[in-house]
Structures are given as C-alpha cells and as structure tokens.
Design a protein around this ligand. Structure first.
Ligand code: ZN
Length: 191
C-alpha cells in the first residue's frame, strides 16, 4: 500500500493542535507537509522486497569457496516502532559464501530496505540475516548492529552516549569459534 501523505499531514496538524500549538502559524504551516515527506522516506522500505537486491549473484568457480566476506560500517537509519523515533547506527555483515557471492553494494541496500520500516533493532538484525541467508544461500551469516536510539538518548533515560549492539547469526557463523574470529575482524572503534 503506498504511503498516504495526505493522511500523515492531517495527523501531524492534529498532533500540533493537541500539544496546544497553532498549526496555522507561519513557522508550523508547512510542518505537516515536511513531516509527511520525511515519513515517506523513513518508511519507503515497506513496499520493497529485500531479496530483490540479491537477485543478481555471481557463481564462484570450483575451489573458490570458504573464506568470509565482511562489509563493515554500513550506516543506517531506522525508526523504532515503539516511539516512532529514529535509531541510527552501523551494520557489519559477514557471510561465508557457498556457491555464489553478491555485489558488495547490494548489502547496504538490503539494510536500507529493512531499516526503512517501523522496526525493533533486534528484529532488524534477524531480518537482515534471513534475507542474506535466503538470497545468497551462504554457509554462514553474521550480522552485528550498533545503534543509538533517540527514544533512549533524547527522552526517558536520556543516555546520549549509550548504544545498543545486537547480533544475529546463521549456519557456520553461529558456531562460537568462527563467530569470534569474524567479530575480531569487524573490530574497529565500536568494539
Ligand atoms: Zn523506542
């Protein structure tokens, strides 16, 4: 279903009125429209199949299998479904190819599509792992997300420096030893 921007605009005007502000004053007049545009962007992944980004794969030649491919620091923005506030961070993705690999630029698209929906970080991590598992059929997948949630940093506990790390793994990369090796390779300032 396409995003109904007119409905978002009406809802935002109502929200502004509900906090006791005047939605018709100069500074707020265009706000419902701007928010509707932003929401269209935030939730643009609802109608997109993440597997569509993984439809073009490259077959590996015999003997070319086995070593992990790691893409680190894929920046993402998602919206927490409990508060409709953004959470921002990076995704690190590793997979061990079996018969095929995918263009490295495809992985950030999978992340962006799944992140552009009302989300929970835990579920987003699992959904990215599932999409790669189904789309590339690798021997193993490991996904690590590290994000700062505005519902934690700007309201409630107000922990501006606190980030949340979630991990999802499939196949060979669910094994403790392989997983530890990949996590040490991901390394970097977030660890
Ligand atoms: Zn939240």
């Amino acid at each position: 279903m396409p995003i109904d921007t007119g409905r978002i605009e009406a809802a935002v005007a109502e929200l502004i009125a509900a906090i006791g502000e005047d939605p018709t004053r100069a500074g707020l007049r265009s706000t419902p429209h701007r928010v509707a545009q932003a929401y269209s962007e935030f939730f643009a992944g609802l109608d997109v199949d993440p597997l569509s980004h993984l439809s073009e794969t490259v077959d590996l030649a015999e003997g070319e299998t086995g070593e992990a491919v790691i893409v680190r620091d894929i920046e993402f923005r998602s919206i927490c479904e409990h508060h409709l506030l953004p959470f921002l961070g990076v995704a690190h993705i590793a997979y061990v190819p079996d018969a095929k690999v995918v263009g490295l630029g495809r992985l950030p698209r999978v992340v962006d599509t799944l992140a552009s929906r009302p989300q929970l970080q835990e579920r987003l991590t699992e959904e990215i792992a599932d999409a790669i598992d189904r789309g590339i059929a690798p021997l193993g997948v490991l996904v690590v997300l590290d994000a700062v949630h505005q519902c934690v940093s700007s309201r409630g506990p107000r922990q501006a420096g606190s980030s949340t790390v979630t991990v999802a793994s499939r196949g060979k990369l669910s094994e403790t030893s392989s997983r530890a090796e990949i996590i040490s390779l991901i390394g970097g300032p977030h660890w």
